[in-house]
Ligand binder design. Structure first.
Ligand SMILES: [Zn+2]
Length: 300
């Protein structure tokens, strides 16, 4: 079966599961979701960072920590043990990989100690992934629609929850399912957040086949790539196994790893500090870059 056909089949399975169980999921990306086949790559946009245009062989592994009210209910009722896989975190720690987690407000509330441990880990960066992982458009991979006029409240609730529990103020926001409607970019930016999606969707959501993830990422990763995974658990059962192969394979090809901010600092920070706005896909004030340029995230 071709990879594309496999991806389509996986998408249909995932939608059926999501519709039946209210699971959160993120497969590929569709900035203007249609009823046809999902796009596997996010479309570049002046307002959305999907890749950082550098030539150095450095990539950012990013992980979505989804949590819908339906997922929380299934955990509290004992149907699901956990919505993340500790093995994923173990592999990342063992390999000393800096990474960015896009965490939902509900996941932060559900796992406060884990969220704080991310905040205290110098290799981990936290981004905002909405509060309830509802879709910001009515047609987004079977996710429940957030409702008209509810976007700002949801994003702010997540931001305040993450700040209150971890002490970290996220700089970046990732839309659940990668779906956004007219006006959503302005809402996010007006809250002081920048939108970060991906150029490589690992395709690990509901995918039990580690080999397909390994080959998909291996074929597409390039300098400056932002690679989107999930933190594992029942909605990403093969992520840990895939990472065990992907990390050494990329290293063997000369790649290093950093956070999203780390990628941006490679583009924006000279030896003496910020080099100004060059070719960033979105504008950042010099003030926003003082700290990252002074204290550059590790590249390992
Ligand atoms: Zn998600």
């Amino acid at each position: 079966m071709s990879r594309r056909r496999f991806g389509t089949r996986l998408f249909l399975i995932a939608c059926a599961v999501a519709a039946a169980g209210g699971l959160g999921l993120l497969l590929g990306s569709s900035l203007s979701p249609s009823r046809g086949e999902p796009r596997e790559e996010a479309r570049p946009s002046s307002a959305i960072l999907t890749r950082v245009p550098i030539s150095a062989k450095v990539v950012a592994l990013t992980f979505d920590f989804d949590m819908t009210p339906g997922m929380l209910f299934r955990m509290q009722s004992g149907e699901v043990e956990a919505w993340y896989d500790p093995t994923v975190l173990h592999v990342l720690r063992q390999e000393r990989i800096p990474y960015t987690i896009f965490i939902t407000g509900l996941a932060t509330l559900t796992y406060p100690d884990l969220a704080r441990s991310f905040a205290h880990d110098r290799l981990v960066e936290l981004g905002n992934h909405s509060h309830r992982h509802f879709a910001f458009t009515p047609d987004c991979f079977g996710l429940p629609f957030i409702g008209e006029g509810r976007a700002q409240e949801d994003i702010e609730t997540a931001q305040q929850t993450i700040q209150r529990i971890t002490g970290v103020t996220p700089r970046y926001f990732r839309f659940p399912g990668g779906c956004l409607g007219a006006g959503d970019v302005a809402i996010v930016n007006n809250l002081g957040l920048r939108i970060v999606h991906w150029d490589v969707a690992a395709g690990d959501a509901f995918n039990p086949d580690a080999d397909s993830i390994i080959h998909y990422v291996g074929d597409r990763a390039r300098p400056g790539s932002i690679i989107a995974f999930h933190l594992g658990g029942p909605n990403a059962p093969a992520t840990a196994d895939a990472l065990r192969a992907i990390i050494p394979s990329l290293r063997a090809h000369g790649y290093k790893f950093t956070t999203v901010t780390g990628l941006l600092s490679l583009l924006e920070c000279g030896a003496k500090g910020p080099v100004g706005r060059r070719s960033l896909p979105f504008s950042l004030t010099p003030a926003a870059w003082k700290a990252p340029c002074r204290d550059k995230p590790p590249v390992l």
